[in-house]
Design a protein around this ligand. Structure first.
Ligand code: GDD
Ligand code: MN
Length: 391
C-alpha cells in the first residue's frame, strides 16, 4: 500500500498537490531516493529515520520503504512519516514476491531521485554514509557506488561469529571467481549498501532472487563506471537477521542462473539428480543379489525402477514443482516410460558383461548405466538438439 497524498506530511503534500507538471519538476529536482527494504523492523525505524534526517538535506530527498513485514512495521513507519521532514512512501506487499531482491527492485521502480541508494533498515549500514556515496559517484562520474567492507578502511565489524564470517567470505570469493570480469571493480559483491545513478538503471532487466541484488545489477545492467566507498558493517540495532539456510540455497541457484542461464541450470540440476540415482540403484541391486539372493537380471530391473522413482520424486518436487501439468499418476507414468526405456539396451548389455565377460554384477550395472547415460546424452545433443548450420 502506498500513502495517498493526504496521508503525507505537510512538506510532501504541497509538492504532491501541485499537479502533474509540478510533480514532473519534483521528479527531476530530487537528488536522491533512499530505498529501504523492511521485514519486521519495527524497533529500528525511529533511530533509522532520525539518523537519516540529520545526515541528508530534506528538500532533495525522499525515502521509499518496501515492506514485506508480518508485524506492524508499516504502521510504525506511517506514524513516523507524519512528523518526518523527509517525504516517506511506504509500499507494503502482501506476497513479498522475490524476497529482499524483489523488494529492492520494486523500490527502484518507485524512486524519483537522480540517485537511488539502497540501505538496510537495521542500521548495519550507517546512514551517515549516504552523502559520501553520492559525492563519490558525482566526483568520479560513476554509475554505481558500492559500500564495501573489504577495502581501504572498510570492515566486517558487525558480522558476528566465525561461521557467518566464513560463509560470507567464501561466498564472496566464489562469486568473485565466477564473475571475474564483471566484478573487477567490485571488492564486495555481496554488499546490500550501494547507490546507483537512476539514468543508468534498467530495472526491467533485473530478475532478483533473494538477497544479492547488487550482483544482479552489476551482471545484468553492466553499469559504466563503478567506484567503492569503504564502511564498517555495524552490529544490528534491534530485531534479528532474516538470512537463513534457505537463503543460502537460493543464493547458489541465483549464481548458477546468472552464470549459465536458467535453462542450463535446470539441465545441470537434472544431471545431478540423475547421478544421485546411482546410489539407490546400486544399493538395491546389491541388496537383492547379495542379501536376498535374487537373480541379477530381475534385480537390475527392480533397481532401475527404484532409481527412476527416486529421480521422479526429486525432479517433480525440486526441479519442476512450478511447472507441473496433469495428475501425479500421469506425470509419473510418462516419467517411468522414459526412465525405463533404456532397460531395453541395458539388460542385454548387462547379461553380456556378467555372463559373457564375467564382470561383477555391481560393476557391470555401473558400466551399463554410464553407457546408457552417454548414449542418451549423445542422442539429445547430436539428434534432438543438434546445431544447425548458421542457426
Ligand atoms: N521487503 C523485504 N522483504 N525486506 C527484507 C526481506 C524481505 O523478504 N528480507 C530481509 N529484508 C530486509 C531487512 O528488514 C533488512 O532491512 C535488510 O533487508 C537486510 O536483512 P537482514 O536480515 O538484516 O540481512 P543480513 O544482515 O543478514 O544481510 C545484509 O547484509 C549483507 C552483507 O552486506 C543484507 O544487506 C545483504 O544483502 C548483504 O549481503
Ligand atoms: Mn542485517
Amino acid at each position: 500500500m502506498t500513502l495517498t497524498a493526504d496521508e503525507r506530511p505537510e512538506s510532501d503534500r504541497r509538492t504532491m498537490l501541485t499537479g502533474a507538471i509540478g510533480e514532473l519538476q519534483v521528479a527531476t529536482a530530487l537528488r536522491q531516493t533512499i530505498v529501504i527494504p523492511t521485514f519486521n523492523e519495527r524497533d529500528n525505524i525511529e533511530t533509522l529515520l532520525r539518523r537519516l534526517v540529520s545526515a541528508l538535506p530534506e528538500s532533495d530527498t525522499e525515502i521509499v520503504f518496501v515492506d514485506d513485514s508480518t508485524d506492524d512495521t508499516p504502521d510504525v513507519i506511517r506514524r513516523a512519516a507524519l512528523t518526518c521532514p523527509i517525504p516517506i512512501t511506504v509500499h507494503h506487499r502482501e506476497r513479498g514476491t522475490g524476497g529482499l531482491g524483489g523488494a529492492v527492485v520494486e523500490g527502484m521502480r518507485l524512486a524519483r531521485g537522480a540517485w537511488i541508494v539502497v540501505l538496510d533498515a537495521d542500521l548495519q549500514h550507517p546512514p551517515e554514509i549516504v552523502p559520501d556515496l553520492i559525492a563519490a559517484g558525482l566526483r568520479d562520474g560513476a554509475d554505481l557506488v558500492v559500500g564495501t567492507r573489504y577495502t581501504g578502511g572498510g570492515s566486517t565489524g558487525g558480522l558476528t561469529g566465525g561461521y557467518r564470517r566464513l560463509v560470507s567470505g567464501g561466498a564472496t570469493l566464489a562469486t568473485k571467481v565466477i564473475f571475474r570480469n564483471s566484478l573487477l571493480q567490485v571488492s564486495d559483491p555481496m554488499s546490500g549498501l550501494f547507490a546507483v545513478r537512476a539514468s543508468s538503471l534498467e530495472a526491467e532487466q533485473l530478475r532478483p532472487l533473494g538477497y544479492k541484488v547488487l550482483l544482479e545489477l552489476v551482471v545484468r545492467n553492466r553499469p559504466g563506471r563503478i567506484v567503492e566507498v569503504p564502511y564498517t558493517f555495524q552490529q544490528r540495532h534491534a530485531g534479528e537477521s532474516k538470512s537463513t539456510l534457505a537463503e543460502g540455497v537460493r543464493f547458489l541457484k541465483h549464481l548458477a542462473i546468472l552464470r549459465v542461464g536458467a535453462e542450463r541450470t535446470r539441465m545441470l540440476a537434472f544431471a545431478l539428480i540423475g547421478v544421485s540415482g546411482l546410489v539407490p540403484n546400486q544399493l538395491t541391486l546389491w541388496f537383492l543379489t547379495h542379501v536376498a539372493g535374487v537373480h541379477y537380471l530381475p534385480a537390475a530391473v527392480v533397481a532401475n525402477l527404484i532409481a527412476v522413482g527416486w529421480n521422479f520424486a526429486l525432479t517433480d518436487t525440486l526441479l519442476y514443482r512450478a511447472r507441473r501439468h496433469g495428475s501425479l499418476a500421469g506425470r509419473m507414468t510418462r516419467f517411468f516410460v522414459m526412465g525405463n526405456a533404456d532397460l531395453l539396451l541395458r539388460i542385454p548389455l548387462l547379461a553380456l558383461l556378467v555372463d559373457g565377460a564375467h564382470v561383477g554384477v555391481l560393476a557391470a550395472n555401473l558400466i551399463t548405466l554410464l553407457i546408457s547415460f552417454t548414449a542418451r546424452f549423445l542422442l539429445l545433443d547430436r539428434v534432438l538438439y543438434r546445431t544447425r548450420p548458421n542457426a
